[in-house]
Design a protein around this ligand. Sequence first.
Ligand code: SAH
Ligand code: F3S
Length: 446
Amino acid sequence: MTQRFFIETFGCQMNEHDSEKIAGLLAHRGMTPAQNVDEADVFLLNTCSVREKAAQKVYARLGEIKARKRRQSDFIIGVVGCVAQQEGKSLAASAPFVDLVVGTHMYHALPDLVEDVRRYKAPSTRCETQFLKEAAPVEIPRALRQTAFRASVTIMEGCNKRCSFCIVPYTRGRERNRPSDLILEECRRLADEGYVEIVLLGQTVNSYRDLREPRLCFADLLGRVASIPGIRRVRFTSPHPRDFNDDTIRVIGSCENICNQVHLPVQSGSSSVLTRMRRQYSRDWYLELIEKFNACPRPIRFSTDIIVGFPGETEEDFEQTLSLLEKVEFESVFSFKYSPRPHTAAFEWTDDVPEEEKARRLQTLQRLQRNIQTRLHQERYLGRCFEVLVEGLARDGRQRCGRTGSNKVVNFLSNDPPGMFAEVMITHAGPNSLSGSKVQCLQLTF
Ligand code: SAH
Ligand code: F3S
C-alpha cells in the first residue's frame, strides 16, 4: 500500500512553499498526500522559530502528536524547518519520539530519509541539519502546489544581513541564489499549466543575484517574469528596503503586471532603534525610499512589519513609529512584540521593555493603524472598480473572496471559480475587509 503523508506548516510564505516542495518530493517517490494527520502514515511538521511563541507552538503540537505514536509505532514523525535547524539534536533529545529532524538545506534528502526510517526502524532520531556550501539551493523537481492559479517560486534563500533581533540568518544560512534560467523555466511552465499569478520568494528577495550568465539583476528578473504570456500578476516577498535600487523601482512603477503593492518592512520609526536593530537605514532614508515609490507613474501601496518594545525603545522612539505610520499610510501592518531569540546580537542585551508595556504599545499601534486603514479604504477603494482575482469561497460560505492587485481581500457575490478575474465595485469598506458587487467597469482603479 502506498504511504500517505501529511505536512502541517507554521510560519511564513517561504515555509508554506517549502512544504509544497517537500510534498512534491514525496509524491515523486510514490507517496500520496493525506487529507489530515489521522489518515497519514508520515507526519511532517514544518516549523517557525522567528518569535518565541512560534517555537513554543511547535513543542505543544508535538506533544499532541506523541499520543498517536504511542498507539501506532510505525507512524513516522518528522520535524523540518527553522526550529529543526535551530534546535537540531536538542530537539531530538527533548522529543525522542520524533523520527526525523531535517534542517532547511536538506529537504531534497527527505524521501530517502523517510524510506530509511520505515525500513530500518532506527530507535533514535535521525538528525540532518548541516548547511550546504553550494552557492545555489538544491533544485527540487516539481512542487505540489496548494492552488492552481497562484504559484510561489523561490528565487533565493537565506540572508546575508544581520539584523540584531533576527534568527533567520541562523536558521536559513547565507544567501543562495537560483540561476535565472531555471527560475524563468519554472515560471513559463507554470504559465503553461494555467497559473496567472507568480509570487517570487526569498528572505531578502530583492538582493537577488544571478551568479552565472545572463547575470540578471532583480529588476531584470521581475520584468522578464512579468512578460511571460499568461502571467497576469507578479508579486515578490520579502524585500529589504536597502536592496531596492532605481531600476527596480522603475520596473515596478511602469509594468502593469507587477502588482502595485510593495512590502517594505521598516521595523521601527526611530533612527536610534533602527541603528541598534542594524537595519542599515535611518527613518529619513526610509521616507526617501517611500517618496521614490510615490513618484512612480501609478500609485504604489505599501505594507510593513513593525517590532515594538525592542531593547532600549523609549516612549519617544515608539511615538516616532506611530508618526511614521501616519506619514507613510501603509495599507497593512504586521506588528509584533519583540521577543529575544538565541544566537542574535540583541539576545545579549537586556530585554528592558516590560511585557505589559510591550502589550500596551502593540495595542496603541494596532488601534492607530485600524483608523488609518479605515480612512484609506474609504478614500482609495469605496465606490471604485477593481480587478479581483478570485481565490475561493469567502468566510460566510456564500460569497467569493479574491484580491485586488494591491493585495486587498474583497468579498462579493458571484459564481466565478478560483483563478478567474472579476471586475468588482467596492460598496463597503471596513478597517480589515472590503466587499462589493460584480459589475462591468468602465474604468478600473489600481
Ligand atoms: N525578511 C524576512 C523577515 C523575517 S521575519 C522574511 O520575511 O523572510 C518577519 C518579521 O518578523 C520581521 O520583519 C520582524 O518584524 C518580525 N521579527 C523578526 N524577529 C523578531 C523578534 N525577535 N521579535 C519580534 N518580531 C520579530
Ligand atoms: Fe532577518 Fe534582517 Fe535578514 S529581518 S531575514 S536578518 S534582513
